[in-house]
Design a protein around this ligand. Structure first.
Ligand code: NDP
Ligand code: PYC
Length: 352
């Protein structure tokens, strides 16, 4: 069994900031990137948690990320805010633009936050869950790199193209789902490769277009969409709404722009925000109650709501910290110019 290391959330945050700072990223830009990575690990979304620091450090070392990025916020239209990320990470552009987008949603009922020219590595739920906590519904879409074959095809074309949605609930965590339109996130396949495990059947093809359960073959070949032609069409929608509609790169272009460096994708992101209070006025309470009736009917069948696992994981992490494989921890420490281990981690090395 692989040895593990447990970190408090504060230690995980410090580790993120040390890795980013030693890779040349500081200030607010580094803080927001660290926040999104710690949130991913805290909620046990392992494919978008601390493991992502390796990709961030590589992206920074490649020289592609603009460490001095200054996101530029433009008030484009009564309902549209555009943020030019200036080739920094998407989370920084989001942090700079979301306030104005929420003001617009409150006055217009609906608003779009458009992010351009950003490097994107994160899960989408950390962006929309806080919006639902403030009473908004929200939808987020982004392409990535060409890794996924269209249904019926065998060659990479689409990105893993996640879609995330959030709905507010008065007495509960928001209803949130967030998944790739590929059968699984690429990060999951990478984690299987790292752990020396095979992947489930039905996720990917090898370079010759044959089904494979070997993660390395899958990463070299083509991933598959979820739900066959349905995921393929949704993935196309993500490419269109978060690519040409925003005057930004689709996944094919992002992959070509990368030029083989293996840096996290560079493209746009679209976040749509709805203010149910404006849509509904006095009928707000009645309709939020109808939504609750739907959620009750789902869990009434012993089905679970998306994010339930995540919220439970969050509680565990807030109490007991986050646990990652020792090899991953060692790899991250190696990225920090050898800074000392926290006492808590040294303690975990001691033989029982
Ligand atoms: P999954 O296929 O694991 O699906 C995740 C979503 O489905 C979560 O909301 C999850 O909730 C929910 N879910 C899972 N099982 C059930 C169930 N039995 N009943 C109800 N809901 C369920 O995720 P993916 O591998 O597709 O994506 C993982 C992450 O990767 C996402 O956060 C996504 O944003 C990120 N990603 C980012 C990309 C980018 O370009 N930036 C590209 C692709 C993916 P819960 O969390 O509670 O299990
Ligand atoms: O896991 O598919 C993925 C992914 C792509 C970009 C960030 N995460």
């Amino acid at each position: 069994m692989t040895e593990t290391v447990t970190l408090t959330l504060a230690e995980a945050g410090d580790l993120c900031l040390r890795v980013l700072s030693d890779a040349g990223l500081d200030g607010r830009h580094a803080e927001v990137v660290a926040e999104v990575i710690v949130a991913g690990q805290r909620d046990e979304c392992h494919s978008h948690g601390l493991y992502r620091l390796i990709g961030c450090a590589h992206a920074l070392a490649s020289g592609r990320i603009n460490r001095a990025a200054r996101p530029k916020v433009t008030d484009l239209a009564p309902s549209i805010v555009k943020v030019d990320a200036d080739f920094g990470f998407s989370s920084y552009a989001y942090a700079e633009g979301i306030g104005l987008a929420l003001d617009k949603a409150r006055s217009q009922g609906i608003a779009a936050l458009v992010i351009n020219r950003c490097y994107h590595f994160s899960a989408l739920w950390p962006e929309i869950e806080p919006l639902a906590e403030q009473g908004f519904a929200a939808l987020a879409l982004t392409p990535s790199h060409s890794w996924v074959a269209p249904a019926g095809g065998t060659k990479p074309l689409f990105g893993t193209n996640p879609i995330a949605f959030a709905w507010p609930r008065a007495d509960n965590h928001p209803f949130v789902f967030d998944f790739a339109t590929s059968a699984t996130a690429r990060g999951e396949i990478e984690l299987h490769r790292r752990a020396g495990k095979t992947i489930a059947p039905g996720l990917a093809l090898d370079c010759d277009g044959r089904p494979t359960v070997d993660p390395a073959e899958a990463l070299r070949g083509a991933m598959l969409t979820f739900g066959g032609h349905k995921g393929s069409a949704l993935s196309t929608m993500v490419e269109l709404l978060a690519g040409p509609l925003l005057d930004d790169m689709i996944s094919m272009e992002s992959k070509a722009f990368d030029g083989g460096l293996g840096v996290t994708p560079c493209h746009g992101e679209l976040i749509l925000i709805f203010d149910p209070g404006v849509f509904l006025g006095e009928a707000l309470g009645k309709n939020l109650a109808r939504a609750e009736m739907l959620f009750d009917a789902i869990v009434g069948q012993d089905a679970r709501l998306p994010s339930q696992r995540r919220y439970e994981a969050r509680l565990r992490s807030l109490r007991g910290g986050v646990t990652i494989p020792r090899p991953l921890y060692n790899e991250l420490v190696a990225l920090t110019n050898g800074a000392a281990e926290p006492a808590n981690v040294r303690e975990q090395r001691r033989p029982a």
